[in-house]
Design a protein around this ligand. Structure first.
Ligand code: CO8
Length: 260
């Protein structure tokens, strides 16, 4: 598939994907979604690629939301019949088992904030601004915003942001637990690639299972989650990488991962 709305580069074992509609502040239309699904499926399928970074072109926006111009004229029956936005959950987020980071540069609004929250974590530039302004358009977040924002920052702040449409700056977002780290705008991509490179150098099965376990915390009761964690821990104990990791520690040398 050739891409019109995204750019894809490989930096050793890290795939860097850039939303590339800067004139529309990287608004997310159906084409962007199809291309992201395709690019991330290729990343998943490539054993040499171990972590991905998603960012937005330009210094103004990660993504200013779902494409309002695409939605403006669409009748309600079409939204429902097409199950509009469903693929963001089923074919994008849920299909990515390897780790990926959102590097948020500027506005992450509406669907842009929701896509950033689909990532395993967010690194934000100091000019990042997060918000769910859908209420001002007469709708609601449709790609997980009410659920993921509430889980990330708690009910009080999420409710306030969603009902007023106010934006949150990078520092507040870090304080509230929405983002892992804030870095200067000029360093954003380097810092995100550095984090991704660190993750890419970890044992692959352990990385995927740790991601699965942290995500399970949002889906399971505490007892179910602790049991799931113990079972995956026990499963990892049977891998060659566990034997190598522990032996390398004892021999005071670098481990060489096999991914099995
Ligand atoms: N969709 C389409 N085009 C957009 C979008 C968008 N979300 N955001 C910006 N653009 C376009 C503008 O129309 C403009 O294009 P043009 O030059 O052709 O007029 C260009 O990008 C630059 O934007 P501005 O001139 O507005 O730039 P400013 O610096 O003045 O303002 C803002 C920047 C504050 C980010 C402003 O653009 C803005 O408020 N954008 C919209 C933000 C928003 O409301 N996002 C939420 C969209 S809805 C959503 O994401 C969830 C959908 C779920 C719905 C489910 C339905 C069932």
């Amino acid at each position: 598939m050739s891409y019109d709305t995204i750019l894809v580069e490989q930096h050793d074992a890290v795939t860097l994907v850039t939303l590339n509609r800067p004139k529309a502040l990287n608004a997310l239309n159906a084409r962007v979604l199809d291309e992201l699904i395709d690019a991330f499926a290729a990343f998943e399928a490539d054993d040499g690629q171990r972590c991905a970074v998603l960012t937005g072109q330009g210094d103004k926006a990660f993504a200013a939301g779902a494409d309002i111009k695409e939605m403006a004229e669409k009748p309600m029956a079409d939204f429902y019949r097409e199950d509009y936005l469903a693929k963001w959950h089923s074919d994008f987020t849920n299909a990515i088992r390897k780790p990926w980071i959102a590097a948020v540069n500027g506005f992450a609004l509406g669907g842009g904030c929701e896509v950033a929250m689909m990532a395993d974590f967010i690194i934000a530039s100091d000019n990042a601004r997060f918000g769910q302004p859908e209420i001002k358009l007469g709708v609601a977040p449709g790609m997980g915003g009410t659920q993921r924002l509430t889980r990330a920052i708690g009910k009080a702040k999420a409710m306030e942001m969603i009902l007023t449409g106010r934006m949150m700056g990078a520092e507040e977002a870090e304080r509230a637990g929405l983002v892992a780290r804030v870095v200067p705008q000029a360093d954003l991509i380097d810092e995100a690639l550095k984090s991704a490179t660190t993750i890419a150098a970890m044992p692959p099965l352990g990385t995927m299972m740790n991601k699965e376990l942290v995500n399970a915390a949002a889906e399971m009761t505490l007892s179910q989650g602790i049991l799931h964690e113990r079972r995956l821990f026990q499963l990892l104990a049977g891998t060659e990488d566990k034997a190598e990791g522990m032996q390398a520690f004892i021999e005071k040398r670098e481990a060489h991962w096999k991914g099995r």
